[in-house]
Design a protein around this ligand. Structure first.
Ligand code: BV8
Length: 234
């Protein structure tokens, strides 16, 4: 029986595509204070400032393309499903580089930069390049309700029921390019392990959660991930 695979990715998998990580020395949260830009309170008090931050990141995403790690994970998904295995890729990233690389079974637990949500009617749409508070929702036509379809600190991540079901059922849990500092994602390896999965960490360096893993592969995602996928599919 082919194994059930659960893959969790973080900003390290998109770093070589030119998108900043968060906690590296030159990372996003080193330059910006997440309390001022990635919380519902920040959006309530300074919505245009928050929109400007995400509008800039959305513009940056247009210049980025998938790297070898994204492409290898899409190959792995196809090979795994062809063998009748279970496969789920949960990403903390809000970019769509996994989808651009061909991954289909992707869950964005922290939302998506290319989507916007109306707080007045709840509708989710493809985001305008530049979202501002005076733009009307495409559905309810009201202005003043549009926000990035992003999970901010203090907000409940998306698809948590599906995620925990899959964590408890998987045989192999693989964390790629994540520092394991943001919860609940940082706790996923423990949930999988307690449910009997083997845990593999693929990262540039040791992380706070490294001790929880059975195996670690150190290196740049664009090299370490294709090498690991070759071993898995080989
Ligand atoms: C929740 C979207 C509960 C936004 C993100 C105290 C106060 C307040 C809150 C808390 C607190 N203590 C705990 C919390 C909970 C909080 C949290 O964990 N805070 C942290 C700071 C302690 N979590 C939350 O608030 C979450 N929600 O708990 O809700 C709840 C319960 C009931 C009802 C309602 C609510 C929501 C968290 C989601 C926040 N949104 N993103 C945006 O993107 O703008 S988080 C954001 O940061 C990312 O999505 C990601 O999750 C996180 C960054 O993590 P990483 O992806 O790991 O990135 P990082 O830079 O840290 O690491 C990169 C790694 O890659 C490094 O290890 C590096 O070495 C490696 N790397 C770099 N380059 C490469 C590489 N590896 C390989 N190759 C390379 N080339």
């Amino acid at each position: 029986m082919t194994q059930s695979l659960f893959i969790l990715t973080g900003s390290g998998v998109s770093a070589e595509s030119g998108l900043g990580t968060f906690r590296d020395t030159d990372g996003l949260w080193a330059k910006f204070d997440w309390r001022e830009l990635a919380t519902p309170e920040a959006f309530a008090s300074k919505p245009e400032q928050v929109h400007a931050f995400y509008n800039a990141r959305r513009a940056g995403l247009k210049k980025a393309s998938p790297n070898a790690a994204h492409l290898a994970l899409a190959d792995l998904e196809r090979a795994w499903l062809a063998r009748g295995g279970e496969f789920l890729l949960v990403t903390q990233n809000v970019d769509d580089l996994h989808e651009q690389a061909g991954s289909e079974r992707v869950v964005h637990m922290h939302g998506e930069l290319k989507k916007m949500r109306c707080e007045l009617c709840g509708e989710v749409h493809e985001a305008f390049d530049e979202i501002t508070m005076d733009l009307p929702c495409l559905n309810c036509r009201e202005a003043g309700g549009l926000r990035p379809h992003i999970v901010w600190f203090g907000e409940m991540p998306m698809e948590m029921d599906l995620i925990y079901d899959q964590l408890e059922a998987c045989d192999l849990f693989v964390a790629i390019g994540t520092s394991g500092t943001v919860y609940p994602a940082a706790g996923f390896s423990q949930v999988a392990k307690q449910a009997g999965a083997r845990c593999l960490e693929i990262n540039l360096e040791e992380t706070d959660t490294s001790p929880l893993f059975d195996e670690a592969r150190k290196g740049l995602a664009s090299q370490a991930v294709p090498a690991w996928v070759a071993d898995m599919v080989g």
